[in-house]
Design a protein around this ligand. Structure first.
Ligand SMILES: Cc1cc2nc3c(=O)[nH]c(=O)nc-3n(C[C@H](O)[C@H](O)[C@H](O)COP(=O)(O)OP(=O)(O)OC[C@H]3O[C@@H](n4cnc5c(N)ncnc54)[C@H](O)[C@@H]3O)c2cc1C
Length: 397
């Protein structure tokens, strides 16, 4: 027998949990399906901006105290550093701190809110296929579920995305705009593969041969030791493993060849133009909703998951077409303009760095550090640093 729900959400990361929390909070029957079981590993720097903290309160009803108690919040720093070839370009302090969470605990907390509001969490169940016209979802092993709407939030390697068909999902374009990301968490010490110093201030490394072209590197505080990562567009045909080794050497890690490197694709400028089709909507990494300059994805996963849920609330009353229209309206008022402007900014910066060295980027980060920090946190837009407030849809506080 095919079990029926109002909504099936594929993937219980931040995007799926947000969608599940909003929909279950409105009394709908929701299946939140994940191939893994929380807490599950997730390669991520775990940096949360102020807008993410706001989204956690609005979408999940979670405070910073909740995050500290159960959500893996382990560090805060208002300070930040920009570096070029490991030399400081700018050190600053933002009005709001940057916060760091351990993703397994964080994601488990968010999914737990959806469950507490009534969503049914089906863990260890991988979605294998989805039919956008009927809302039928097939799980590995042959089990089938059906729903009035399906939200695909199954991450960058989404299976559900295929159901958009060639009009919604151009595989070649998707691959062209994808970034490769590598991140490792290292113990502090002087031995092989160890990081030479403790890290309490997040660092962004730009330019030079030790980070990818059309990308950057980072050193973040981590829960067990510093996290070192790189990401860059894959189309630039770079050897990311070799770059990561150079980066680790530049940072003073002895014998980095022995460090086990872990990678994951990062949508980096490939937000889908048409992320809804029939009864299906894509949110989070599955829809490519990652900010194209800094690669921030947690906030946009929560935001697009919540937007998709708001659109579904309308869609259940007014039909599939109204649902797709409302989803696009919310995206067009929030995520899309930010991505257009951050994309412009990144190409200016990448071009300047490649052709003119570190000078222009030094000038850029020093021009208005407080306003730029606000831009990252969400109080100002990527569009010419205008002040801005985020807009939320139905069902979000
Ligand atoms: C190295 C790296 C560092 C990053 N650092 C940061 C950072 O510091 N700050 C930030 O904001 N963003 C960061 N990001 C981006 C961020 O991790 C993502 O944008 C975010 O996790 C997206 O959330 P999501 O819910 O869309 O997808 P995910 O978090 O990937 O969740 C998808 C879920 O779907 C499940 N799933 C997958 N396939 C299936 C299937 N077939 N069936 C059922 N379930 C399935 C998975 O198990 C998973 O639970 C980083 C990304 C990378 C790769």
């Amino acid at each position: 027998m095919v079990k029926r729900y109002d909504v099936i959400v594929a993937g219980a990361g931040p995007a799926g949990a947000a969608a599940g929390a909003v929909l279950a909070g409105r009394g709908l029957s929701v299946a939140l399906v994940d191939r893994a079981t929380h807490p599950r590993p997730k390669l991520c720097g775990g940096l949360l901006t102020a807008k993410s903290v706001d989204a956690l309160a609005r979408v999940f009803g979670l405070s910073l105290a909740d995050l500290a108690a159960r959500g893996g919040l382990f560090h805060e720093s208002p300070q930040y550093l920009f570096l070029h070839q490991n030399r400081e370009l700018l050190g600053g302090a933002a009005a709001e701190p940057f916060r760091f969470v351990d993703r397994p605990a964080f994601d488990a907390l968010l999914a737990g809110v959806a469950v507490a509001r009534g969503a049914e969490l089906l863990c260890g169940r991988a979605v294998e296929a989805c039919d956008a016209a009927s809302g039928l979802v097939r799980l590995r092993g042959g089990e089938e579920l059906s729903a009035s709407f399906v939200i695909g939030a199954d991450g960058a390697n989404s299976v559900v995305r295929r159901a958009l068909g060639p009009e919604g999902y151009d595989r070649a374009a998707w691959r062209r705009d994808l970034a490769a990301a590598i991140e490792v968490e290292l113990p502090v010490g002087g031995g092989p593969g160890q990081f030479p110093r403790a890290v309490s201030v997040p660092e962004l490394h730009v330019g030079g041969a030790s980070v990818p072209r059309a990308g950057y590197g980072w050193v973040f505080p981590g829960p067990r030791g510093p996290k070192v990562g790189i990401c860059g567009l894959r189309r630039s045909d770079q050897d990311f493993g070799a770059i990561m080794l150079r980066f680790l050497r530049l940072l003073g890690v002895p014998e980095p060849e022995g460090v086990a490197l872990h990678g994951h694709p990062l949508p980096y400028g490939n937000a889908l133009a048409r992320p809804a089709r029939g009864r299906l909507l894509l949110a989070g990494d599955a829809g490519g909703f990652v900010e194209p300059l800094f690669g921030e994805g947690i906030f946009y996963a929560m935001a697009t998951g919540a937007h998709a849920a708001s659109a579904v609330l309308g869609g259940l009353r007014s039909g599939e077409e109204a649902c797709a229209v409302e989803y696009e309206r919310l995206l067009a008022r929030t995520v899309r303009p930010e991505f257009v402007w951050s994309n412009r900014l990144r190409w200016c910066l990448f071009w300047a760095m490649r052709h003119m060295g570190a000078g222009p980027i030094r000038g850029f980060v020093k021009s208005a550090p407080a306003a730029l920090a606000e831009m990252v946190h969400g109080g100002r837009s990527f569009r010419l640093l205008r002040r801005k407030a985020w807009e939320w849809g139905e069902g979000v506080g």
